[in-house]
Design a protein around this ligand. Sequence first.
Ligand code: HEM
Length: 158
Amino acid sequence: MLDVRSLFLALALSAACAATSPSPDGLAAKVTSAPPAGPTLYQRLGGRDVIDAFVATMVANVGRDPRIQLRFVFTDLDGLRGHLSEQICEATGGPCKYSGKAMKPLHAGMHVQNADFDAMAEDLVAALNAHGIGAAEQKELLAALGTMRPDIVEAPPP
Ligand code: HEM
């Protein structure tokens, strides 16, 4: 049984709902508050353990990729794995802070070309597929890493 106070509250609520219903001309009412934020890409990827796992597969793929493997012959691959994983964790909204070198000075002088970058992206996609990462998450991750391309790729030699 509704008491007067609850009835008043119910009426006030229905008036508020009517005010936010689509207007007669069919346009939706103005949204006054932002929708609650959804899970971060980091969460949708499955968190740090999943990132660690697909980065390990990616680095193994890079080491077997005849297009770019020679670039990494003198690299400490464990260090690369750790820093890449940390970087992806941070870039996707996870609770990490990348502690490696900045992309531009790190890759300066390596003469990395777009084809090298694309080869590495393919090695990443193969790893993401192997770990069952969904298409939407893959696209978002590639877009996030794609923003680093200008700091990594250098103009081809004249
Ligand atoms: C989205 C693309 C890329 C990202 C996010 C990335 C990121 C990184 C990171 C985090 C490190 C380790 C930094 C450190 O330990 O302080 C690294 C090292 C390195 N990267 Fe990249 N990288 C990318 C593309 C490339 C490409 C396309 C190449 C060449 C094919 C390349 C060549 C290297 C090499 C050779 C090292 C090791 C440097 C060393 O041994 O000191 N990177 N990269």
